[in-house]
Design a protein around this ligand. Structure first.
Ligand code: BJW
Ligand code: ZN
Length: 299
């Protein structure tokens, strides 16, 4: 049974074939089938904390150890996750279409790993593998830091109590990583001196190079997007994949594209989410798992 209504599939593919200026806006639902949790709804809770509450400068100031445990866990999960068919299909489309730009809110690195051309990929909310100094006076910034854990104190605790083992060495080899997103798993309280420290100013604690609530998106990223949008008076299509489209300025690009004539295609698991009510007659809503639908649409 096809996942997408054949009539919609046909009209979408026809429009895509004719489209020369295309945007894609990605959210956490794009990576859901790679096993990475989304922010809102089920899975949006990390231990007793809402993921949204941890993604703030206030949370980091109040408890940098806890916020680092959250991000260290997410880095570990993302490094061990694989891009799914939606990442690969979109990467192929990006290679094929000259005038194409993906705006990703995701920080997990799965689009680059699927081979998405980097010049056509704008990371609105930064990356889990960027690291920067948390002191306002210090400009230390590092990209492509894949060290996991970034400092020993952030290693995921393991269970070495496998009863079938006899030696400590064997026990360590069979140790299972504990799921620290589950609040019943004990988590050490970290001291400031356990956290990664800035090599430049030697004073600041390092922090993930992601964009928290109330923080500005990277200026060069915003400028590149503005330039791309302004380069022509029309845009043909925007694909909105796996995002609740509630966070600005990211969500604002849907209306910006529409104002330039773009037809909107929403791919989302939840028919009540992602502004379905705001869709026009000429738009599409494809309900279901992005990992299934996106490859189908782009076939
Ligand atoms: C599936 C699926 C499957 C599931 N297949 N689908 C205008 C109006 C009101 C407020 C504002 C405004 N402009 C700015 C604001 C304030 C604020 C904001 O937007 N607030 C709103 C919540 C109201 N914005 C900001 O603060 C931004 N900064 C800013 O505006 O700065 C101004 C400034 C200028 C100059 C100086 C200083 C300041 C920054 C926003 C940063 C957002 N950061 C986060 C964390 C990033 C790091 C991290 O990853 O931890 O970004 S928050 C979080 O939300 C994360 C995400 O990228 C982002 C969006 O979430 P997303 O991806 O949509 O996930 P979900 O969970 O919401 O949705 C998943 C969807 O997938 C659902 O629809 C599911 O149904 C679906 N799904 N499985 C397909 N298998
Ligand atoms: Zn520093």
């Amino acid at each position: 049974k096809p996942v997408v209504p054949p009539k919609d599939l046909e009209t979408f593919r026809e429009h895509l074939r004719k489209s020369t200026r295309i945007l894609a806006l990605l959210g956490a639902g794009m990576s859901a089938s790679s096993g990475l949790p989304t922010f809102r709804g089920a899975g949006g809770l990390w231990r007793t904390h809402e993921a949204m509450q941890l993604a703030t400068p206030e949370a980091f100031d109040a408890n940098p150890g806890l916020v680092w445990q959250f991000y260290s866990y997410r880095r570990h999960m993302a490094l061990n996750a694989k891009p799914n068919p939606a990442h690969y299909a979109l990467a192929e489309l990006a290679k094929k279409k000259d005038n194409f730009l993906t705006l990703s809110q995701n920080v997990d690195g799965l689009s680059p790993r699927a081979g998405h051309p980097s010049g056509k990929l704008k990371l609105l909310h930064g990356s889990l593998y960027d690291v920067k100094c948390s002191e306002f006076f210090c400009s230390y910034f590092e990209t492509d830091n894949y060290t996991d854990p970034i400092v020993p104190a952030l290693a995921i605790p393991t269970d070495e109590s496998d009863p079938t083992t006899t030696t400590a060495l064997e026990a360590r080899a069979k140790a299972r990583e504990l799921d620290i997103s589950d609040e019943s798993v004990a988590l050490p309280e970290l001291r400031i001196r356990d956290l990664p420290r800035c090599p430049t100013c030697k004073k600041g604690i390092l922090r993930p190079g992601v964009v928290w609530f109330g923080e500005a998106l990277p200026t060069n990223v915003m400028d590149d997007i503005d330039t791309w949008i302004a380069a022509d008076k029309k845009i043909d299509l925007i694909m909105v994949i796996g995002t609740s489209a509630r966070v600005f300025p990211a969500a604002g690009y849907i209306e910006e594209a529409r104002a330039k004539g773009a037809r909107v295609a929403i791919i989302n698991m939840d028919r009540n989410d992602a502004g379905k009510g705001k869709l026009f007659k000429q738009d599409w809503f494809f309900e279901g798992d992005a990992a299934q639908i996106v490859p189908e649409l782009l076939k």
